[in-house]
Design a protein around this ligand. Structure first.
Ligand code: FAD
Length: 289
């Protein structure tokens, strides 16, 4: 099923679209962990599960596809295959699309990606995600999602350009958007207002990530340029030396964010699970009934 149809069906039924993100483990031996997580998540049936795509070579890329196929075939849940273009030639990109289509995956999240260590040059074919979106539609047979940034992309200082670039992705054919994680819902509501004022109509899901520990948050801040509200900083400070309590408190914080987003009538919520089923299960049990 195409993901835009899921958003459409849920909208008619006045329900939000709840999705999850998982990532393939870096070492192929740890792939079992993912299947255990999926076993755990099977019972709560999210609307779709997305699988990230590293720029780390064919083994990682293959496991993204294997996991996306497994989600669809073994668990009966729609899957969304992330795909990056920053290091790909036109031919490599076409080969990836061919492989994904042959295995029956129907949805791709088109991402420029970030340059992997050791590679200095951006792909001439895909300097921006919008070019990938055009090519995926030309290839045919896929729904295409794209990323959006409530606080602006880290390389960008102007909010006007943030909206221009989002509009270009919709014009290229993006069927839906998933946001970068954020910890202050007001930034997402501003993005929604700006997008709708700019006549961007595709559904936009809010990206929520329950934090696991202080170092993970620090990494995210510098990688993504997201800001931390003082309430969350105080919480991290309070439980800095007690991981269990920190995870409990941060899950409550994320659930509060989701409650507020759903009360606001957002199209969807996308939970960055960090491959931890307990987090996603708590969220899903609460929102999928
Ligand atoms: P783009 O939309 O191409 O934007 C990249 C930069 O270029 C931005 O600063 C943008 O404002 C600017 N820009 C866009 N168009 C133009 C233009 N016409 N002229 C000038 N500047 C322009 N990374 C991975 O490696 N693997 C993943 O699986 C992955 N999953 C992600 C999932 C989500 C939901 C999100 C939000 C991000 C994900 N990322 C992933 C990270 C993503 O690859 C990075 O944020 C990357 O830096 C930007 O990707 P993009 O597709 O948004 O790029």
């Amino acid at each position: 099923m195409k993901i835009h149809e899921i958003y459409k069906k849920n909208k008619i039924n006045k329900k939000p679209t709840i999705s999850l993100e998982i990532f393939p483990p870096k070492k192929s031996g740890k792939i079992e962990m993912i299947y255990q997580a999926l076993d755990d998540l099977g019972s709560v049936q999210p609307d779709f599960i997305s699988v990230t795509y590293g720029a780390g070579g064919s083994q990682v890329a293959d496991s993204t596809l294997d996991i996306a196929v497994c989600i669809k075939e073994e668990y009966g849940i729609e899957s969304l295959h992330h795909l990056t273009g920053i290091a790909a030639s036109g031919e490599e990109f076409q080969n990836s699309l061919k492989a994904i289509k042959e295995r029956g995956v129907e949805n791709i999240l088109a991402l420029r990606g970030d340059l992997p260590m050791g590679i200095k040059e951006v792909s001439k074919a895909y300097p921006y995600a919008k070019t990938m979106i055009t090519d995926i539609h030309e290839f045919g047979g896929f729904d295409v999602g794209a990323a959006c940034y409530p606080e602006g992309h880290i390389e960008l200082s102007s909010t006007t350009e943030n909206m221009d670039h989002l509009r270009q992705k919709e014009e290229a054919g993006a069927n839906f958007f998933i946001s970068q994680l954020f910890f202050n819902n007001d930034s997402f509501y501003r993005l929604l207002d700006d997008a709708r004022a700019s006549r961007i109509c595709a559904p936009i899901s809010a990206g929520i990530m329950p934090i696991l520990n202080r170092s993970q948050v620090e990494k995210m801040i510098f990688m993504c340029g997201v800001s931390l509200p003082s309430k969350l900083i105080k919480l991290i400070h309070k439980y800095e030396h007690d991981v269990t309590e920190l995870r409990k408190a941060s899950l409550d914080y994320a659930l509060e964010q989701i409650d507020n987003l759903l009360a606001h009538g957002v199209d969807g919520v996308h939970v960055y699970t960090m491959n931890r089923p307990s987090v996603a299960k708590t969220a899903l049990r609460r929102y999928k009934g």
